[in-house]
Ligand binder design. Sequence first.
Ligand SMILES: NC(=O)C1=CN([C@@H]2O[C@H](COP(=O)(O)OP(=O)(O)OC[C@H]3O[C@@H](n4cnc5c(N)ncnc54)[C@H](O)[C@@H]3O)[C@@H](O)[C@H]2O)[C@@H](O)CC1
Ligand SMILES: [K+]
Length: 516
Amino acid sequence: MIPIVTAEQMRALDQRTITEALVPSLTLMERAGAGIVTHIEARYPPLAGKSVIILCGKGNNGGDGFVVGRLLRRKQARIHVLLLASPDDLSRDAKTMYQRFLRSAGKSAVTSPTDAEAIQQRLATGDILVDAILGTGTSTPVTGLYRDAIEAITASGRPTVAVDLPSGLHADTGAVLGAAVRADLTVTLGLPKAGLYSGSGIDCAGTVRLVDIGIPASFVESVGSRLMLLTDRAVRAALPPRRPSAHKGTYGHLGVIAGSVGKTGAAAMAALSALRIGTGLVTAATPASANDILEAKLLEVMTLPMPETKARTFARSGLERLLAFAGARDAVAIGPGLTTHPETVELVQEFVKRIDKPCVLDADALNALAGKSSLLTECKRPPIITPHPGEMARLETEATTQSVNEDRLGTATRFARERGVFVILKGARTVIARPDGLAAICPTGNPGMATAGTGDVLTGMVGGLLAQGLAPWDAACAATYFHGLAGDLAAQHLGQAGMIASDLIQHIPHALAQTT
Ligand SMILES: NC(=O)C1=CN([C@@H]2O[C@H](COP(=O)(O)OP(=O)(O)OC[C@H]3O[C@@H](n4cnc5c(N)ncnc54)[C@H](O)[C@@H]3O)[C@@H](O)[C@H]2O)[C@@H](O)CC1
Ligand SMILES: [K+]
């Protein structure tokens, strides 16, 4: 996992690298520029003959822009720099890089526009725009020529690459300071900045790529960041090895408690997803009269009929049987499609207090705890909960969906601490938080996943990994990551608009098999 940092932490790390590891600041800038060029080439090949317009501000972010310009020329791209400040005002390093750029490209490759119109005209000639106006040094709302440039970038509709972070974005909060660039690709330097994953940062940053500029690992560790970015390598390392001697019992037995009449699909999808993430055995317990439907839907999943209410939902009288069912499994996933029938709600409230197995609670299991989330503190083992912002708001007494969305990270970490649970707060850039306050952000996933049933898929995946013996934190992180990756693969094949939750399930094996 990679620590996510604030602007202040990043500055301190850069400074330590310069003064203690004795890496000259210009070397860091060269590395930054080279890394950015690699990512631009990967995204927009081939570069030869393309017109690239680089907008440079007066600070070191602009300095990176000059390096990018010089190195892109070697790829036979046609480069023009719009310098938005007087050369005399450039920071020391930016000035050096400006001079190096001039030596390689000549004076005619730079213009200093004085108004919005001049900027717009120039941008209209670009195939790719590079935003090197402002980086982590942004302190106040943008005005004047910088603002004109940011607005012109947006208006141009051209493919845009942001250097380090989209200009105008607050590096820590993701708030827009007056106006901010909307990038297709953000190449962030050293370590990812918190603002790329919160507030407007999620929309402004586009795809985020990271460039290693050689900050020593020991310096990074000493920052002690409480926020991490999930990495492919870390989540794969948490998966159980597939041993030649394995049998289906090796990979656990998950109990799924889900469904009601009209909602057997939720139970089916959770159960199937658990199998697709590698669980050995899955049994789904469902209200008796829905059982045959589930049997017909699922080939590989076992089913168990449970006592039901007149409305054909789980009945309160089934409590002891459900506890025995859970006791005979390695882990339990409860919630999808249960409904909020009062008897079922009562059943869930009792069940949650008494179950003594690794457990994931979702959907109607969370709705059963609406306004009563203190019950979670009575759990025998800290459960994983997987709310979307609406469910999160119902759990917290004084929250609304809007207030949750405005501070996703804060909400998830506070709740995890106060209630002693693991939280997977779903949505764009899913947040995972644990009781000790550590949190992670998931880089995978796309808007195509905003479709019915994808939450049930996640629940099955989390439960499946718990059944395979993963610790709750590892199960939560790996399930969220692979859920998003399966969604990204489904979107690649089918497009975002038409993909549905079943497509996601089919892509789980591909996500697991992917080698990066
Ligand atoms: N040695 C380093 O510290 C490294 C820094 N790097 C780059 O340097 C950037 C940080 O450089 P700086 O600290 O120079 O900061 P910036 O390049 O973000 O620019 C800050 C400059 O703009 C001014 N400014 C701040 N807010 C403004 C506003 N709203 N309107 C107009 N002007 C404003 C500041 O007074 C300052 O002069 C990083 O984002 C990264 O791109 C990279 O080259 C890697 C190494
Ligand atoms: K920038």
